[in-house]
Design a protein around this ligand. Structure first.
Ligand code: NAD
Length: 541
């Protein structure tokens, strides 16, 4: 029982470590990477707090060296999905009744474990399993996940403090109950932070969770689960399973106690799950909450008044960091003709200095794409552009999968604003550029708005304020995260709540109070201190 109105520690964004060459930080992280790289990890599922193994072992290969193995995970089947649901439901009564301070303490502790003793291990796992360089791992698996955990605690307390007014003689209150049943987190490969946040924010609000991480991110998911358990997460609250995505979704979404889906991944998978929920709608105890953050085809539009060098730097970072595998990555650029030559020269110069290779060498800015499918997909876009009459590859265009899945930062220039690489999500280090005549600024804004079904992120570069205002208005619905004179990636928890609309998702803004409201069901309580003793109102005389 809570006997105080506690205040949580003051929240701040975790400072990003710089990992400068020769620093102790970088030596320690690369040392951990090398040590883990040589080990053979056995990764079990975690159901009801137990390590669950099967006779199906799946080997894990770093994308930067597909012949090397860092261990294996145990693949589960539908019996494990059943066990995970049962275990979650069994844990619900105690967990949902626990005082919020106790829940908060677990996740605050997890944040501090990541900030301190687990930082190198989680970053190294992300570098090995998902091929991120030291900086990309640090801003994702360390800083963003720590921020999610700490800020969510603060947002939860702000939410709990929101209470209705009361008239004389009565007391109105609202209680923020967890959802009735269990929740389902399905997470993508590309951000360790998202993978940790989706199940944990639902658990923080008192829910119990079945969590299915991407099979391409199991290596770091395992470390996250280690941390949650060390932080004191009780058995059964989050159950992590490694099972087939579609079969698991079919089973989970047909269960009468399914209460909410927290998904991040591709648009087509999300749409198939929503459809399945619709098919099962008559089966559920409550209407489930459905939150999905999905694909993007994120734009940069540069006016003739923009600073060409700033545009080039934003494109190089925005399009090629983490090999373009961020949902927010710049993948189509619209550049005013009068600044294009300059932008092109600056980009060329920058790309010539970029090294591509394993994250073990921190001087590699670009590492490997996640797997063979992704490599083949990128190769297809590059080769088709080389053959096309509509497009030409003006930078990069090299790829090599002899050791790892390496695709060099590639720029496709096209005269056709509806060319395939301008419209489709590629999820690789490929940027398409369309150059427009300076006088066609307004038509170009319309083109940017209408070219893709997505609306996740986008940037405008300009120095004229009227022009910035025009772009902000014309592109109001084209991006959930809109940037002015900045790259469209790198949203920070607490500063730029993240999410998109249209085909990009339900825009519930991960790591914000808005998102947490989806995982609660409010109970309103009215208590009358002086109850009427007669049915008659004064108007009856
Ligand atoms: P994905 O859709 O392939 O996989 C996401 C998750 O869904 C994984 O856990 C996967 O195992 C599971 N899954 C796959 N097929 C399924 C099915 N038929 N039914 C149920 N589950 C299934 O996505 P990915 O390749 O891991 O991630 C990249 C995608 O995620 C991109 O489209 C990217 O834009 C998007 N993304 C969006 C955001 C955002 O905030 N909007 C953030 C990160 C990634």
């Amino acid at each position: 029982m809570s006997k105080a109105i506690s205040q949580v520690p003051v929240t701040y964004n975790e400072p990003v470590r710089m990992y400068e060459p020769g620093s102790k930080e970088v030596e320690s992280l690369i040392g951990t990477y090398k040590k883990m790289y040589k080990e053979q990890l056995e990764i079990p599922m975690i159901i009801n707090g137990e390590a669950v193994t099967t006779d199906q072992k799946v080997s894990i290969h770093p994308p930067q060296d597909h012949q090397h193995s860092v261990g294996f995970y145990y693949q589960g089947d539908m019996s494990h999905v059943d066990r995970a649901i049962e275990s979650a439901l069994a844990a619900r009564k105690e967990w949902s009744a626990l005082a919020w301070e106790q829940r908060a303490a677990i996740f605050l502790k997890a944040a501090d474990l990541i900030a301190g003793p687990y930082r190198d291990r989680l970053n190294a796992a992300t570098m090995i399993g998902q091929s991120k360089n030291v900086h990309q791992a640090e801003i994702d698996s360390a800083c963003e996940l720590i921020d999610f955990l700490r800020f969510n605690v603060e947002f939860m307390t702000e939410l709990y403090a929101e209470q209705p007014i009361s008239d004389n003689g009565i007391w109105n209150r609202v209680e923020y109950r967890p959802l009735e049943g269990f929740t389902f987190a399905v997470t993508p490969f590309n951000f360790t932070a998202i993978s940790g946040n989706l199940p944990s924010c639902m658990a923080l609000m008192g829910n119990v969770v079945v969590w299915k991480p991407s099979d391409k991110q199991i290596y770091s998911a395992h470390v996250i689960m280690e941390i949650f358990r060390e932080a004191g997460l009780p058995d059964g609250v989050i159950n992590m399973i490694f099972t087939d995505g579609k079969e698991t979704a079919d089973k989970v979404l047909a269960h009468k106690d399914f209460a909410g889906l927290h998904f991040t991944g591709s648009t087509s998978v999300f749409q198939s799950m929503w459809k399945r929920i619709g098919d099962n709608i008559h089966n559920y105890r409550s209407y489930p909450r459905v939150v999905g953050e999905t694909g993007g085809k994120d734009f940069v539009v540069a006016h003739k008044s923009a600073d060409a060098r700033e545009v080039a730097a934003a494109l190089v970072r925005g399009a090629f960091e983490y090999q373009g595998q961020k949902c927010s990555a710049a993948s189509r650029a619209y550049i005013s003709a009068s600044i294009w030559n300059e932008v092109r020269e600056f980009m060329q110069e920058m790309l010539e200095s970029i090294k591509v290779g394993s994250p073990e060498d921190p001087s590699n800015f670009v590492n490997a794409v996640i797997d063979r499918n992704s490599f083949e997909k990128c190769k297809g876009y590059i080769e088709r552009a080389k053959q096309s009459n509509d497009a030409e590859v003006i930078m990069g265009g090299k790829y090599d999968d002899s050791v790892g899945y390496f695709v060099h930062p590639t720029v496709i220039l096209t005269k056709n604003p509806k060319y395939e690489s301008v419209c489709e999500e590629i999820f690789g280090p490929i940027l398409s550029v369309y150059v427009f005549e300076d006088e066609n600024w307004n038509e170009t804004l319309k083109l940017v708005d209408e070219t893709s079904p997505y609306a996740l992120t986008g940037s405008v570069f300009a120095r004229e304020r009227y022009v910035i205002d025009e772009a902000a208005k014309a592109l109001e619905d084209a991006a959930g995260n809109f940037y002015i004179n900045d790259k469209p990636t790198g949203a920070v928890v607490g500063q730029q709540p993240f999410g998109g609309a249209r085909a990009s998702g339900t825009n519930d803004k991960a790591g914000s109070k808005m998102n947490l409201t989806r995982w609660i069901s409010v109970r309103t309580i009215k208590e009358n201190f002086v109850s009427p003793k007669d049915y008659r109102y004064p108007f009856l005389g």
